[in-house]
Design a protein around this ligand. Structure first.
Ligand code: 3HC
Length: 317
């Protein structure tokens, strides 16, 4: 009898997904749907927080007050995106501290892209143009994800990401059209960030363990490969406008498909970096753990204030 009840709940749930009705926190949902959302939203939040480090590295070394102010605003935005996404994850009944602990103990991931070093000022431009450009490509699709709080969080985040991408493009444009040394700095940076940016969309569809179920549940609306293709098609003309070359000799327009063909991605490198053996993995987590420890007094102050000023939660009726 119990199995029959569960089956009908699952059927009703899938009908809602298929009818494009958003799933809200108080709605019944399969535990596996909830767990998959917690996994993805938490990793998205972790990526935003860890992603502050590579660019934060250049705040004190920005070449002008204007560029420093822009970079400060962008890095602060990323912190806000992390906060937004941890809050969306908490609507699924998880505790933010527990998620942060899973990040810091390596039991949850963050985007591999943030395990690469920022070696020159041009990298701030490449991250904005390529990394945030890739993030927008994915996050625009996620504005239609089936879980209400996640979809709504994406609307605000995408608006801010477009500023992030545009400021990166502008930074690279000035370098690329500056002195010869500045143009070389821009080109050298794009050479390093292009392929890791393509890896941000995840493994190929045929080897993605989550995609099929995630798309059936409407969590993922567009496949990894399709998102990657959209990103390449969007970025190639932008590179032309920038006056930089994308480091792929096989990149070319395919008249018959109406899209760009591009060369093979180094999936060994992807799995190595995701597995913890990237250039900056250890540094990123060490800094994250230290920042968390140093921030304990703020959390303690907030908790003690809350116990004195926030009335006990009124039990749900
Ligand atoms: N880095 C690290 N891990 C990755 C990865 C990457 N670039 N791509 C995939 N993975 C992991 C997945 O998490 C999964 O591992 P898990 O099962 O242990 O979670 C495994 O590799 C297999 O990948 P799948 O394609 O099967 O996994 P998903 O269906 O979750 O798809 C995804 C991967 C497309 C990244 C999806 O998780 C997603 O859309 N996430 C939300 C967006 C996001 O996290 N973006 C990261 C960047 S955020 C950012 O750039 C902020 C900007 O402001 C700078």
């Amino acid at each position: 009898m119990e199995q029959m009840v569960d089956d009908s709940l699952e059927d009703a749930f899938q009908h809602r997904i298929d009818a494009e009705v958003k799933i809200e926190p108080r709605d019944w949902m399969p535990e596996r749907y909830r767990a998959s959302l917690v996994r993805q939203i938490a990793q998205h939040a972790h990526s935003e927080i860890i992603g502050m480090q590579p660019e934060g590295n250049w705040i004190t070394r920005a070449p002008s007050l204007r560029r420093k102010a822009i970079l400060l605003a962008k890095v602060q935005d990323e912190a806000g995106h992390g906060l937004y996404l941890y809050s969306a994850a908490e609507t699924l009944g998880v505790d933010r501290e527990a998620l942060v602990d899973m990040l810091q103990t390596g039991r949850q991931k963050y985007s591999s892209i943030f395990n690469y070093p920022t070696l020159s000022w041009a990298d701030v431009g490449s991250i904005g143009w390529l990394v945030d450009g890739a993030a927008i490509t994915n996050q625009l699709a996620l504005t239609h994800t089936s879980y209400g709080p996640y979809a709504r969080a994406m609307v605000k985040i995408c608006r801010e990401e477009s500023f992030h991408q545009r400021q990166g493009f502008e930074l690279l444009w000035h370098l690329s059209h500056g002195t010869e040394a500045q143009h070389e700095m821009a080109q050298e940076s794009v050479n390093r960030w292009w392929w890791p940016s393509l890896m941000m969309f995840g493994p190929p569809d045929h080897s993605s363990p989550n995609s099929e179920q995630s798309m059936r549940w409407g969590i993922k609306r567009v496949s990894n490969d399709e998102l990657r293709r959209r990103f390449v098609d969007m970025t190639v003309p932008q590179a032309r406008a920038l006056g930089v070359l994308l480091p792929d000799p096989e990149l070319r327009w395919n008249e018959s498909t109406g899209h760009h063909d591009f060369g093979p991605i180094n999936w060994d490198e992807f799995h190595r970096v995701v597995g913890g053996d990237g250039p900056c993995n250890a540094e990123r987590l060490t800094r994250r753990r230290r920042a968390h420890e140093e921030g304990e007094w703020v959390r303690e102050a907030a908790r003690s204030w809350a116990t004195r000023h926030v009335p006990a939660r009124i039990e749900a009726a």
